[in-house]
Design a protein around this ligand. Sequence first.
Ligand SMILES: [Zn+2]
Length: 416
Amino acid sequence: MTTASSHVGLTSHPGSIFKEALPIRWGAADPALRGPVVATMTNRSHRNAIGTHSGSYSVYRALATAAGDLTPEHRPDLTNTNPVVDIGPFDSWKDPSKMVSIDPWGASVATVFRDHLEGGYDIRPTIAVTKAHMLMPEITEAIAKGRLHIDGKIIRPQGDIAVTKAALDPVWYLPGIAARFGVDEGDLRRVLFEETGGMFPELITRPDLKVLLPPIGSTTVYMFGDPRAISDPSKKLTLRVHDECNGSDVFGSDICTCRPYLCHGIEEAVRSAQEGGAGCIVYYRKEGRALGEVTKFLVYNARKRQAGGDSAATYFHRTECVAGVQDMRFQELMPDALHWLGITKIDRLISMSDMKHDAIVGSGIRVLERVPIPDGLIPKDAQVEMEAKKAAGYFTTDEVKGNDALQQVKGRGLDE
Ligand SMILES: [Zn+2]
């Protein structure tokens, strides 16, 4: 017997296509015409999107509700939560093909959709913009060695960096995502439904709902200097797009170059801001090439235990043996965050990734200079990764090693 409290009402029932749900016209220049994305569960008849807010954290919200800590009817009080600086609107916001994985109006829902909010619609921000100070030992060292100077404003008197930062939750416009990957929207929806264990039936049953808030990680933008300079083509912009690597970024693991390159990017971004331009780090939650940390650690073991030991010659092959592919980051969606920022050209791109470079340029942003990681910042055990990537087409000014030479680039054993 199904009890009343355990009964689940699926919005996939044809009778659930509610008249109160507002239409979304993706890419419409006027937000009033575009319409708000309503993905909350407080009034199901208002929903015009699949999935719900906060990406993967929606599961914790469900736990908090299940545990009785959170009432399902709770609506956020948005008093004083508005962005500390205004970003946009830019021309890129009015092009439905430029941004398909971010809602450009996600930071300003409280102003642009005020009437709907006052009318009872539970519209939530998918972007938040705040300010912070950053203290990093690598920056302290750069100041001590004279590579950066305290200017009192961007680098504060105590050596901390003033930064404006934005958090961007994923909002996917499914026809645009399908177009970006050159696949049929119906096929994309079916595979998303199946590969998430049937998590969102509306992917199949509600083809009229075109927007999905997927349960994946967010993106964070760190802006150095005047944020207005980022979109000003007359100002110099230094930018790094960085994919999360918790082991290195936070814990200093020396098997890869992630934290050293990230810190180099921050140093260069700050320098650009101090010179009157802007600097930007865009940080994507795509741990372990979006394969996840468990897969990543399995690959580390497979690399270090293989016959002949860890070698640059087999770096990508070992990943493919475990994960089935070398990489799942899909840089095709990465430039969306740059278009939200109104970026049309990057003076200095602090990245060696050919995939990132090609995705940025392919999205219509000019890249004037690519900056490889300085040799002195590459940990010894990370030479395997670095040489393998350069051989695979990553940007470098060095000579690319052939297969024999790649076999000589060895990493540490597991017990060393
Ligand atoms: Zn790493």
